[in-house]
Design a protein around this ligand. Structure first.
Ligand code: HPA
Length: 245
């Protein structure tokens, strides 16, 4: 079974033939919402809306540990996360889709590990490659079959939010080598790795990052939502082809 975590612009998965929903509890609390089970093209899929079904949970309040724990308790092969981002690199323009291959974490104060508490041994997971290359390759192949253009690779910078960044913060991130900026990529990817889940992200560029090419020098969320709505058609198309593999 494949798991899909939907982000902003994907509170539901239109192509999913739903069989049932299940409320889960974990030692870390409740996930963002019930898990939705179903099929896409006869392949089993479980879907979870990261921000809740009514999009009520902001990025810094998502219970990432509960979300990943709930998914891990199922018999899963892969986890695909869909996440909206601001584009920093010149070719990451609104509407583009990228499959990032690296992460820089700028978040703070989040519950970012399962390895805490006196009863736990000291554990350092390897995080050299934050995303699962099999899942990334599956997504790239699916995009090819679906005839959707995607950018292979890129550095995802995870910010704390919920506010957007300053122009100077984006310039600093660019100097760090960040290509796209979002608020949910971490600790999600690291928690997935701690649990041994094969995890990769489809990043959808909703807007130019702060201070990049916006003539108004401000990010208009209405515009970003319209871009996401359109781009999610391409994401769904890719997802339909992933599960065919
Ligand atoms: N910054 C941070 N997160 C985002 C952005 C952005 O510009 N766009 C979508 N998610």
């Amino acid at each position: 079974m494949l798991a899909i975590i939907g982000g902003t612009g994907m509170a539901q998965l239109a192509c999913l033939e739903i069989s049932h929903r299940q409320i889960m509890r974990t030692p870390y609390g409740e996930p963002s919402g019930p898990l939705t089970f179903g099929k896409i093209n006869d392949n089993k899929v479980v879907f979870l809306a990261r921000h809740g079904y009514g999009h009520t949970i902001p990025p810094h309040e998502v219970n990432y540990r509960a979300n990943l724990w709930a998914l891990q308790s199922l018999d899963l092969s892969r986890v695909i996360s869909v996440a909206s981002v601001g584009g920093i690199r010149a070719d990451l323009t609104p509407g583009m889709i990228a499959i990032p291959d690296q992460i820089i974490d700028y978040t703070h104060g989040r519950k970012y590990t399962y390895h805490e508490g006196l009863d736990r041994s000291v554990t350092h997971i390897d995080f050299t490659e934050p995303y699962c290359h099999l899942t990334r390759n599956g997504l790239l192949r699916a995009a090819k079959r679906a005839n959707e253009r995607v950018i292979d690779g890129g550095v995802y910078g995870a910010t704390q939010g919920p506010r957007l960044e300053t122009a100077a913060e984006i310039s600093r991130m660019e100097r760090d080598g960040v290509d796209m900026v979002g608020m949910t990529g971490m600790p999600e990817a690291a928690l997935a790795k701690e649990l041994g889940l094969c995890y990769a992200t489809i990043a959808v560029v909703a807007n130019y990052a702060a201070g990049r090419k916006t003539s108004a020098r401000a990010i208009r969320l209405e515009d970003a939502h319209a871009v996401l709505k359109q781009a999610m058609v391409g994401v769904r198309n890719i997802l339909e082809h992933v599960v065919e593999l």
